[in-house]
Design a protein around this ligand. Structure first.
Ligand code: TXA
Ligand code: MG
Length: 325
């Protein structure tokens, strides 16, 4: 069985991680499924618990930029971004240093490693107590909706992991922005997330954007293998850009809800994308459960503007609605 540890037992969680066990913990974005990044067996266990394909690399979490940059090569851009946004929801993909001790499986055999310093006080306390980098993907089964509460983690991974540290709901609600700084062609946005592209561009200038894959098959050749087309998916199909509700639909609303839906989850009545991001994954989970209970056949999502965290929300919704294989 998986134990839900109260927030005060970060010390116990650190001991479990040092023993090579899997422990989920809160970050400001979503809950992560942590393992000692230097321990190959522990890292392999993450892939097994999630059912995650081995070509999809993991982010390593550090208590500060100094610890992160001891394992990857930081250039001026990386240092500026770290000073501005860490701790916070930004992940940097950088070349591994020769002395990097992160297990190669965590980086899926690439010569780069994704690193981040999370802003959650419990995550930082845990990382300091472990004294090693913690590799952590989102704490959900591969392809499913990311968890923003300890209960979500247990729904998907209960019985498959040692423990979850319960720190309440995550504040940001969508994952970190993933930025590739290792490509010769310049910085590339691999995944929109908690730090907006505009905020990053204000620090280091214009970004390139990773092309959205046209098909699931194209996924295998992607620069960031995790940018898979179908992802973050509830079990009910999702219809995007809804201007009216069709029979049998549950509604993911934004602003004034459309009439006629059997079940409604409003991301933000006030039309605020920051609030909407924090409520997105809980909403998809709730509509999925309610939809099945009421015999509904689809989730219709109202349009969300691209401003602010809207870009990250729309990215996740497109993947939730993508064809599945
Ligand atoms: O907010 C977050 O980033 C959360 C919390 C737990 O920190 N973590 C998270 O991890 O979302 P995950 O594994 O669900 O997503 C990591 C993303 C994937 O799309 C993966 O392909 C990409 O980062 N990634 C990791 N390492 C990479 C690398 N070396 N090169 C390119 N992309 C990489
Ligand atoms: Mg994930």
């Amino acid at each position: 069985v998986t134990r839900a540890l109260p927030a005060t037992t970060v010390e116990e969680a650190a001991v479990l991680l040092r023993e090579g066990k899997l422990v989920a913990f809160p970050t400001e974005t979503v809950y992560g499924l942590g393992a000692d990044a230097w321990n190959g067996k522990a890292v392999a266990a993450i892939f097994a618990a999630k059912g995650r394909p081995h070509f999809n690399p993991l982010i390593c979490h550090y208590p500060d930029a100094e610890a992160a940059f001891a394992e990857v090569l930081a250039d001026d851009r990386a240092r500026r971004l770290a000073a501005r946004f860490w701790p916070g929801p930004l992940t940097l993909v950088l070349p591994r240093r020769p002395e990097c001790r992160v297990d190669l499986l965590a980086g899926a055999g690439l010569d780069t490693q994704a690193v981040r310093v999370p802003a959650h006080p419990l995550a930082l306390a845990l990382l300091r107590a472990v004294g090693r980098p913690v590799a952590a993907p989102s704490a959900n089964r591969s392809g499913q909706v990311s968890p923003t509460t300890a209960a979500h983690v247990l729904e998907g991974l209960g019985g498959r992991i040692e423990a979850v540290v319960d720190g309440g709901p995550c504040e940001v609600g969508v994952e970190s922005t993933v930025l590739d700084l290792a490509s010769p062609g310049g910085a590339v946005l691999l995944r929109p997330g908690g730090v907006t592209a505009e905020a990053i561009e204000a620090e280091i200038g214009p970004l390139g954007h990773a092309l959205a894959p046209e098909s699931a098959a194209a996924t295998a050749t992607l620069r960031s293998p995790g940018l898979m087309l179908s992802h973050y998916a509830p079990s009910l199909p999702v219809r995007l850009g809804a201007w009216s509700v069709e029979p049998g639909e549950a509604l993911l609303a934004f602003g004034n809800p459309l009439p006629g839906a059997g079940a409604v989850w409003n991301l933000s009545e006030a039309g605020d994308t920051t609030e909407a991001a924090a409520r997105l994954f809980a909403g998809l989970r709730w509509l999925d459960t309610e939809g099945w209970r009421l015999g509904l056949s689809r989730i219709a999502a109202m349009p969300v503007p691209e401003a602010g965290l809207g870009a990250a929300i729309n990215d996740r919704l497109r993947r939730a609605a993508a064809p599945r294989d």
